[in-house]
Write a protein that binds this ligand. Structure first.
Ligand SMILES: Cc1cc2nc3c(=O)[nH]c(=O)nc-3n(C[C@H](O)[C@H](O)[C@H](O)COP(=O)(O)OP(=O)(O)OC[C@H]3O[C@@H](n4cnc5c(N)ncnc54)[C@H](O)[C@@H]3O)c2cc1C
Length: 404
């Protein structure tokens, strides 16, 4: 049998099928196994997310969680950890539940998984780009044609194209009878014009709540850090709201705003400012703001409220203080220009989940075709969830193929 795509899902699928005695040929377009795993987690690889399966599933949209449930129970987060640690990888769990290799290198994860494939006799053919798939199946590649009655398709999505994922699988599955949920950016940075804010690229806001708004209505929020980049914004908060923002931008414009004091109400922030003013009448506003935002952001932030950072506390009237409170609780960064799919960690959308049996990963519309990993309409948040979806669905696909 043939597996197409040697990412997280394809590796698990190939290994599992070979363990069951199948003769497996794994075709991969790039010149190595696990190309995207290598860049995952900034090269450190957030392997999976710790915790009971039901908690892990809760991180996904409800319909995706429902689809993933059988495969997550079949191949839970503990399994991939056991597989890797059995070969000497040491892992640790961060307080936020994210599991990483202790030595912080994705290379070790790839090396171990590659060795697993070799140990069970998977034939790996690298630099082999699948060009088309005909029903039955005939697989056309740049290295010639291959035939197999059963195939596992694990070619990933369309983000981060330099890792080999250029959306190649979408036209094939459509031709084989599948429907695609629209492909959209998710977990992706955003481009926007920040010139008016006077912020510098590389500066981060720590532990804030980023909100996306359409016509004033909140459509998404995420609490964590926010990073200003040369072209816009990135960081965990931005990735966290990207999916909803990309969707909303199809019908309108989305404004971003930041709550710099998420643990305090408007009233509490207002009281804090009043207390500061009465205790430090001669202190400049900049001093107060330095406790809230990085120094390089102070000037831009104050000016966005129409106040000079050098203004003294006693010079700030009720109106100015109100404007400050409003901005601290909802600093308007401006309108999102683009959610950049190519720079995203995953895409939302893909093969409609109703068309795939979640217990086997076999297509309900094209018998013999199994689908796993990011080509499916599944996209979890940052935190090891997406690799886990690839490991689990890959395992089930490999475990479910029949062979004579
Ligand atoms: C920068 C970045 C960081 C990330 N960090 C994390 C993280 O820390 N934790 C986490 O859980 N998730 C992370 N993700 C997401 C995670 O990497 C993906 O969800 C996961 O790799 C998807 O696995 P997959 O096997 O479905 O697809 P992929 O890993 O993308 O594998 C698909 C494979 O198919 C091959 N392929 C594509 N087209 C063809 C073709 N025509 N012929 C042959 N082969 C083909 C590709 O070359 C690729 O090797 C990150 C993603 C990125 C981009």
């Amino acid at each position: 049998m043939i597996v197409i795509g040697a990412g997280a899902a394809g590796i698990l699928a190939s290994y599992t099928a070979a363990m069951r005695g199948a003769k497996v040929l794994l075709l991969e377009k790039t010149d190595r196994v696990g190309t995207k795993i290598l860049v995952s987690g900034g090269g450190k690889c957030n392997i999976t997310h710790d915790g009971p399966i039901e908690d892990v599933l809760r991180a996904y949209p409800r319909n995706e969680a429902q689809f993933l449930r059988p495969s997550f129970y079949c191949y839970p987060n503990t399994e991939i950890v056991d597989m890797l640690t059995a070969q000497g990888l040491r892992v640790y769990t961060r307080p936020n539940g994210r599991i990483f290799p202790v030595d912080q290198t994705a290379k070790d994860v790839c090396r171990i998984l590659h060795q697993y494939l070799l140990d069970v006799g998977v034939e790996i053919q690298l630099s082999t780009r699948v060009l088309d798939i005909e029903p039955g199946f005939v697989i056309h590649t740049n290295q010639g044609d291959f035939e197999s009655e059963q195939i596992i398709l694990s070619v990933g999505g369309k983000s981060f194209p330099k890792t080999g994922t250029t959306g190649d699988g979408y036209p094939w599955v459509t031709k084989l009878g599948h429907t695609l949920a629209p492909i959209r950016a998710a977990l992706a940075p955003m481009e926007m014009n920040l010139e008016g804010l006077g912020v510098k690229a590389g500066v981060a806001l720590r532990d804030v709540v980023l909100k996306g708004r359409v016509s004033g209505k909140e459509i998404a929020r995420w609490r964590d850090d926010l990073l200003f980049t040369h072209r816009g914004v990135s960081g965990p908060t931005v990735l966290g709201v990207a999916r909803e923002v990309a969707l909303a931008m199809e019908t309108g414009s989305v404004l971003l705003e930041v709550d710099l004091c998420p643990d305090q109400s408007f009233e509490q922030v207002s009281a804090k400012l009043q207390t500061w003013k009465s205790k430090n009448p001669n202190q400049q506003l900049a001093k107060f703001l330095e406790g809230l935002v990085p120094n390089s952001v102070v000037e831009g932030f104050a000016q966005s409220c129409g106040i000079e950072p050098a203004d003294k506390a006693q010079e700030l009237g009720k109106k100015e203080l109100n404007r400050l409170v409003e901005a601290i609780k909802g600093w308007k960064l401006g309108e999102v220009g683009e959610v950049v799919m190519e720079k995203g960690e995953v895409v939302a959308g893909g093969v409609e989940l109703g068309e795939v049996d979640p217990h086997t990963m076999e297509s309900r519309v094209c018998p013999g075709l199994h689908l796993c990993g990011e080509i499916l309409d599944v996209a979890g948040p940052v935190g090891g969830y997406n690799l886990q979806a690839a490991w689990s669905t890959g395992f089930v696909a490999g475990d479910s193929i029949s062979f004579g």
